[in-house]
Design a protein around this ligand. Structure first.
Ligand SMILES: [Zn+2]
Length: 230
């Protein structure tokens, strides 16, 4: 059972945020059912207000957590309730730098990670291979490896995350932020789905690209659609 720290403002624990916590739990179950995280891996958070985030716990299997297992952290990283993920600094950095961010989802989906292992030379997935991806996310950068849970990890994410809401963390996982939990979850689905298609294409003979003029046309369409993950 999570314990409250003394001197914290979250005196009533998680009860006022039960519906948000249950939403996070539902997303975690979905991630686990799709095998996009294993055991205690991965983390999900939402920004409750300007000062606090609700985040998944450290050390627990995300497929089996309940809403009471979640943790509350303030914007400086001070724990208000529970035992937050060791990757909370990464989440806090995203909320600090991106005022529009309301939710962050970070699982470890196998195909997304596998591309960063197989192709360490790639700075992003070959987005010009898939029409849907250009339109839905714009691009999928691959951030260089950084030790999880460190400040260095927060630093490697930017400025890419200011121009796109999805990314692969090399040899580690995938990351998406959104103006809602659904948008962030959709971003992860886009990353892993594209990674699976590219893996299948690679196995079937190789990855090819759209004609340059068609790709340019799609980029213009994407600009018109705006920055959100679709
Ligand atoms: Zn991770």
């Amino acid at each position: 059972m999570a314990k409250k720290k003394s001197g914290c403002r979250a005196s009533s624990g998680l009860s006022p945020h039960r519906s948000e916590a249950e939403h996070i739990v539902e997303i975690c179950r979905r991630l686990h059912q799709r095998f996009w995280l294993s055991s205690a891996d991965g983390n999900v958070s939402i920004r409750l207000d300007d000062e606090r985030i609700l985040i998944t716990p450290t050390g627990l299997h995300k497929g089996f957590i309940g809403w009471r297992d979640l943790a509350l952290v303030d914007c400086k990283g001070e724990v208000l309730w529970g035992r937050p993920s060791s990757e909370k600094l990464m989440h806090l950095e995203i909320y600090r730098r991106l005022p529009l961010a309301r939710a962050v989802v970070h699982p470890h989906p196998p195909h997304s990670i596998a591309w960063s292992v197989a192709r360490p030379d790639w700075k992003e997935l070959p987005i010009d291979a898939l029409t849907e991806l250009v339109l839905a996310v714009g691009r999928i950068p691959i951030a260089p490896y950084a030790l999880p849970g460190t400040q260095q990890m927060g630093d490697v994410l930017f400025p890419d995350l200011e121009s796109t809401r999805v990314m692969i963390l090399a040899r580690h996982g995938a990351l998406a932020w959104g103006e809602s939990l659904e948008e962030a979850y959709n971003g992860i689905e886009r990353i892993e789905h594209a990674s699976m298609i590219l893996a299948a294409a690679h196995a079937m003979g190789g990855i090819t690209c759209l004609p340059a003029d068609e790709f340019a046309r799609l980029r213009v369409l994407r600009e018109k659609l705006g920055p959100r993950t679709l």
